[in-house]
Structures are given as C-alpha cells and as structure tokens.
Design a protein around this ligand. Sequence first.
Ligand SMILES: [Zn+2]
Ligand SMILES: [Zn+2]
Ligand SMILES: [Zn+2]
Ligand SMILES: [Zn+2]
Ligand SMILES: [Zn+2]
Length: 295
Amino acid sequence: MKHCNLCGNAVDENEYRVYPRPRKPNARGLIVCAQCQRDKPRCAVCQTPMPPARAELSICAACWREGLNCRACGARIRDNFLMINGNDGPYCEKCYRDHAPCDLCGAPANDGAVLYADGRLVCQRCAQTAIADPRDAERLFDRVVDLVGATLGLRLNVRPRLMAVDRARLVELARHATANIGHADGKTLGLFVRMGRKRVVYVQELLPRILLIHIAAHEFAHAWEGENAPLLRDLRLREGFAEWVAYHALVQLDAPKKAAQMLQRHDDYGEGLRHLLEVEREQGIAGVLQYCRTA
Ligand SMILES: [Zn+2]
Ligand SMILES: [Zn+2]
Ligand SMILES: [Zn+2]
Ligand SMILES: [Zn+2]
Ligand SMILES: [Zn+2]
C-alpha cells in the first residue's frame, strides 16, 4: 500500500499521481493523492503540489534545493525573485527592475524582445511562437471551436469568426462594443462582439500560439454565454466559465503547464475556474453547462 507524501493517507492503485523531478529522473518522485492534487497549493516553477506551509514562498522545497534560474536572463538566482500572476517565472530582481514588461505575458522583455508596429513590446518567448498569418490564426480558432464543441458540447446557432486586429483597433472596438460581455481595458487581448446576426471574436494580432488558444476559447465561451446563459451576471461565474472552457482547450491541445498556471490565479478568473472544476467533478461537464444556464 502506498501513501500520499503530502497528507499521509493510504492511496489505492490509480488513485494517485507520481510527480517526477525533471532534473533528477532517477529520484523516486512525489506520490500525491487525488484530493491533494486538487487542494494543495502548487509550486510556481514545477507545478508540483506542495505542503500548504510553502504557499507563501510559492516554490517547492525540491526546486529550492536544485536552485532557481531567472527565466529571462538565465542567471542563477541568489536572493530575491519575482513570479508573475498566472504566468511563468521566476525572474531575477535585476531583470524585473531593468526591463519593461512584455505586453502579452508580463515577463521582463530583455534581450531578443521585439517592438511591434502597434507599439506593443513583446518578449522573445512570446515573439517566437507568434502566429503571423491571419489564416493560421483562423485555422487554430476553428480547431478550438470544433474541440470544445466535441468535448464540452458547446455549440452555437451562429458560429463566430475570428479577426486579428492591432492593439489600437481592439481598444477602440472594446470601447464601442454594445454587446460586449467580455472585459475591456488597454490590456484587452480578445473581445467577443455581437452585432445583429454577426458574431466576431476579435483578438490582438501576432499572439503566441498558446495565448491564442487561451483567448480564442475564452471569448468563444462568452459567445456561448450570450446564447445560452444571457442572465449570467456574476463576474466570477462569467469569467470562470470562460476560463473553464479555455482550461480544457489548453489541456487537450498540449499546454498542461499553462492550464496549471490558470489554476493559481488569485482573482475572479482563478476562483471561478476552480469553482467550476469542482462542479464538474461532482456533476460532470453537462452539470457545469446546466449550472451556468440556471445560475
Ligand atoms: Zn494527499
Ligand atoms: Zn517546484
Ligand atoms: Zn534575470
Ligand atoms: Zn511575453
Ligand atoms: Zn472574459
């Protein structure tokens, strides 16, 4: 009989997961029961569940021991470091202090950062996987829409189309959107707009692939809400549902790390997502849709 390394409870076969140490493939890894996988805080670097006492530090003991490197400059971190809410890290203090943040992910935009024509400063990582061809962005959007249709049962009478626009245009659209049920400020990355029979998901052009999957699924979910849950006013549920859809899309399209980071957010998005995953565990996917329809 095995025991969960976090809570000590006995676990049956298939009821636990082993989290290996990436840098020590021969180490035994941490056995974590299903409950602890859900409830325990996660290490911001390796996403492994950890004892609640480490939540303040946000980094697990193993990562501390193995040493931390700044994700921007690669240097070994000897003292203070920073994490970015819902995103990668850690970053050293010097990078954080000396470089402006990436407009897309918030990471310090140091060597290799790119300044786009619309004024966005984008870090090397985000620029490297940017989808430049609008047709590629449309194809990825179609893939996301088909996927959430097939796996979550989200279908719409009027299928929205995707349009990639520059930042200034998106801000302007967000200001004028009459039926905008998304969120709108200078940082807006995507927007769902309904005008008569027309449905459009607008996104910032040149988004990195994983971010585009996230935003496309998130905004498509708002479109679903418009048709199926028009009375859903509660911000935490409305954004939580959009994040729940994006979470599933990211897991299925091979971005589990990004999905795990979404769970860590301490705001309406993260709280709403965790709440709906709980509803899903109890009542299944259909239960989540029903919950949002009638909330
Ligand atoms: Zn446990
Ligand atoms: Zn860790
Ligand atoms: Zn650095
Ligand atoms: Zn970035
Ligand atoms: Zn939203």
